[in-house]
Design a protein around this ligand. Structure first.
Ligand code: ADP
Ligand code: MG
Length: 448
């Protein structure tokens, strides 16, 4: 954390570069003179390695007083390495310079390091959910089991779930904590069936201490997934393992959810999160400004808190928009500028329209990518594919012409859009996990 703070505050690396490339790096282990750092994407790695290695090494020396080499590894490489190790010399190592940090266990869990209890602002709207989450984090399987958190989009469910996971891991780094979206659960189940690896799937989900399943509403209508989840639930519950579930609505309102699951979801505690009131919106914006070292005048914060009410994600989006706008037009952050920057967001109705930009935003969030990267000209498959999904969804969910869609998605030719559309249309017929993902994205976009 100290090294990161140094890079963030004392180096000449810009805030946006820090946020994009360095913020999510995680030290995984120290091995002799080398620190292994986890990074999520391949292009990112090459770039970070070339551009920031030096600054990182210097920052480490500054804090630790010693020069370390650094090595960046991708999650799959780490996983592979860990597996190899386990096979050969389990715990036989006397090399005490090798130690794992608390991130060791969370590294495959996709936990967002920003989503912790420390950064979560408690207000009247989320008091109960927050208290219940903290209780569960402090006493897994003893306080409430299962814990069921529900509330509309962008109100902090995922933030709370990650906070619980981080907390448990920080208390006990050996605890086996697994966080998944219900989509991931479904897709892994589909793949395990296809590849005849059901046993592996079960091992993965049943041999853990804490299971967090986000957005469970998406298993509605999926019988096989519900069946499997039912058994997972029972196994964990009987073994006194903690289960935490989130949903956009309470169990009784999830249609086509099997009765036996519904009743289990109601066994523990059900906590809701409501939209934030004005004071909470102010507090959240102030916290955000503080965490990111943003200099936001009070009247700008007030303006945003007064006008953006629906959810916290939009609140944050509005702030980002204002900052981007002010950088773009080289003007100071003032209330007038904020009004200008947000005029599209704040005129009602426009909000609800499905646009390629909105689709882009949802897909980017889903894949944990930056929307700008999706529209950029980069070609790696992990970006190209989400990009084609954006094309496909823009074609199916809006009435815009192909050239118009192409223009919005980084000035692309309409044949590129058709190609993307056709590629996904074809893949869906063969790939049921992709089909599931498209269904879920469509639901997220249309709100239905
Ligand atoms: P959900 O999962 O309910 O759709 P998220 O947990 O993804 O919502 O929250 C959306 C954004 O709002 C995230 O960036 C999150 O950090 C932020 N957020 C939500 N609730 C709070 C809160 N109480 N305090 C601080 N930030 C919050
Ligand atoms: Mg969420």
């Amino acid at each position: 954390d100290k090294v990161q703070a140094l890079l963030r505050d004392e180096s000449d690396i810009s805030k946006i570069s820090y946020k994009t490339f360095l913020e999510n790096l995680q030290p995984v282990k120290v091995h002799d003179d080398t620190i292994i750092i986890k990074t999520d994407d391949e292009i990112g790695r090459d770039y970070i390695e070339r551009k920031y290695s030096r600054s990182i090494i210097i920052a480490i020396r500054e804090i630790v007083g010693q020069i370390y080499e650094i090595k960046f590894m991708l999650p799959n490489e780490l996983e592979k390495e860990n597996k190899d190790k386990k096979g050969s010399s389990k715990k036989s190592s006397t090399n005490n310079s090798t130690h794992n940090t608390t991130t060791n266990n969370s590294q495959y869990n996709n936990l967002n390091s920003r989503y912790t209890f420390d950064t979560f602002v408690v207000g009247n709207n989320n008091k109960l959910a927050h208290a219940a989450s903290l209780a569960v984090a402090e006493s897994p399987a003893e306080a409430y089991n299962p814990l069921f958190i529900y509330g509309g989009v962008g109100l902090g469910k995922t933030h709370l779930m990650h906070s619980i996971a981080h907390f448990i891991l920080s208390e006990n780094s050996r605890s086996k904590v697994l966080y998944v979206s219900s989509e991931k659960f479904t897709n892994e189940l589909i793949n395990s069936i296809r590849e005849d690896k059901n046993e592996e799937f079960r091992q993965k989900y049943r041999n853990i201490d804490v299971l967090l399943v986000d957005d469970i509403q998406f298993i509605a209508g999926k019988e096989r997934t519900q069946e499997e989840f039912f058994h997972t639930f029972n196994t964990l519950y009987e073994a006194k393992k903690q289960i935490i579930i989130s949903s956009d609505r309470p169990p009784k309102e999830i249609e086509t959810l099997e009765e036996r699951l519904r009743s289990r979801f109601e066994w523990g505690l059900i906590a809701d999160i409501q939209p934030p009131d004005y004071e909470t919106r102010m507090a959240i914006l102030q916290k955000r400004a503080e965490l990111e070292n943003l200099d936001l005048p009070d009247d700008v914060i007030q303006y945003v808190a007064t006008n953006i009410k629906s959810n916290i994600r939009e609140l944050e989006g509005a702030i980002n928009k204002i900052i981007a706008y002010s950088t773009l037009v080289h003007k100071d952050l003032t209330k007038e500028l904020a009004e200008d920057a947000l005029k599209d967001l704040i005129t009602p109705e426009k909000n609800k329209e499905i646009t390629p930009e909105f689709i882009l935003e949802i897909v980017a969030e889903h894949y944990n990518l930056n929307p700008m990267d999706i529209v950029s000209k980069k070609r790696p498959r992990d970006i190209a594919y989400p990009r084609q999904i954006v094309m496909y969804l823009s074609r199916t969910l809006t009435d815009l012409s192909l050239p118009k869609i192409g223009q919005i998605l980084g000035k692309r030719d309409h044949t590129t859009i058709i190609h993307g559309y056709e590629k996904i249309s074809k893949d869906i017929t063969k790939d049921s996990a992709l089909k599931n993902t498209i269904e879920i994205l469509t639901k997220k976009i249309t709100g239905k």
